[in-house]
Design a protein around this ligand. Structure first.
Ligand code: DP6
Length: 326
């Protein structure tokens, strides 16, 4: 018996950073993300009567990039799988395989898509052995959250809001956005995002963090409703800088920003200053810089990308790739 599923990644404009309870990944503040349907993790789960324990290995299939997990990450992945298995009271062993449809060696392989796909696959295969009735998206997202917080948002699109009432989709009349990320480094992060969540509470800036994040969430939702691109950009910019300030003022401090990140941020800012328009910019707990564009900005996206393309790897959605090839 085999199941194969996939789930998308997501990029947050209001960041999940800091936890009230690390056991269930309960966040200190609400977060809001755009779902990256083009960046998917594929998971295949096979029942193995010959196994005495669950195992993970990279999924190999044409068009998919192999995931390379270290032992700690494999155990974290399998522990999440086992916790769902326990809940379903399944006493069998499985082979879990995973791969991404985006380059896995460029620091993009966030845990969001992989834990969302793992949760989806686990629920799908366990239901075949169990009398338990099926579960809905909300329950599946809650389950996934326990493995990795940001993965709960990957079950909803185009926007996902994760707040004290749980996680759900938000839709605005605005057009579908185009995503690209400038890959500054493919080196493994020295401080994992799980460690960052722990450390930020030591920052003196953390005291008012919830208030700032919730205020920005209100502003972003307002900007999306009113299609106010400039306001969306400004709030997104303030938000990622706020998160990075938390990192830099934690005890001990740490930073993901590299000279190259700054160079890319400066170029985006220069574009906004000179033309009054530009991409919505954000950064996660890493050095890479993400852009979201409106579909009518393809020309601008092309020009800005050409500035970096010979220096850094730029991973772009299909629409931007197409104009770059012309
Ligand atoms: C900076 O979901 O990776 O990307 O719950 O410990 O697995 P764990 O953390 P994770 O945190 C991601 C944080 C972030 C911002 C965000 O996606 O909201």
């Amino acid at each position: 018996m085999i199941v194969e599923v996939s789930a998308p990644s997501n990029i947050a404009l209001i960041k999940y950073m800091g936890k009230i309870d690390s056991v269930g990944n309960i966040p200190t503040n609400s977060s809001l993300s755009w779902t990256l349907n083009e960046l998917q993790t594929f998971v295949r789960i096979s029942l193995r009567e010959d196994f005495v324990q669950d195992q993970w290995q990279p999924l190999t299939r044409p068009g998919l990039d192999q995931v390379h997990l270290n032992e700690v990450s494999i155990q974290r992945f399998l522990n999440h799988f086992k916790s769902i298995k326990k809940e379903w009271k399944i006493e069998k062993y499985f082979l879990v395989e995973s791969a991404n449809n985006f380059p896995s060696d460029c620091g993009l392989a966030s845990s969001a898509s992989s834990f969302a796909a793992l949760t989806k696959g686990a629920v799908e295969i366990f239901q075949k052995f169990s009398l338990r009735s099926g579960i809905g998206l909300v329950e599946m997202a809650e389950l996934s959250r326990r493995g990795s917080g940001s993965s709960c948002r990957s079950f909803f699109h185009p926007w996902a809001l994760w707040d004290k009432d749980g996680v759900r989709a938000l839709e605005f009349s605005s057009p579908s956005l185009l995503h690209q990320v400038v890959v500054v480094t493919d080196k493994k992060k020295l401080v994992s995002s799980s460690e960052a969540h722990r450390r930020v509470s030591s920052s003196p800036l953390f005291k008012d963090r919830v208030e700032r994040a919730e205020q920005r969430l209100t502003e972003i939702i307002h900007a999306l409703k009113n299609q106010n691109w400039r306001a969306l950009h400004k709030t997104s910019w303030d938000e990622f800088l706020d998160m990075h300030s938390l990192f830099e003022t934690s005890v001990p401090p740490f930073s993901y920003l590299e000279t190259a990140s700054q160079e890319i941020l400066d170029s985006a800012k220069a574009l906004w200053d000179s033309s009054g328009d530009g991409p919505v910019v954000t950064m996660d707990a890493g050095a890479n810089v993400h852009f979201l564009w409106r579909p009518d900005q393809l020309d601008q996206a092309k020009k800005l990308t050409q500035k970096f393309a010979n220096k850094y790897r730029v991973v772009s959605c299909k629409e931007i790739r197409e104009v770059l090839e012309v």
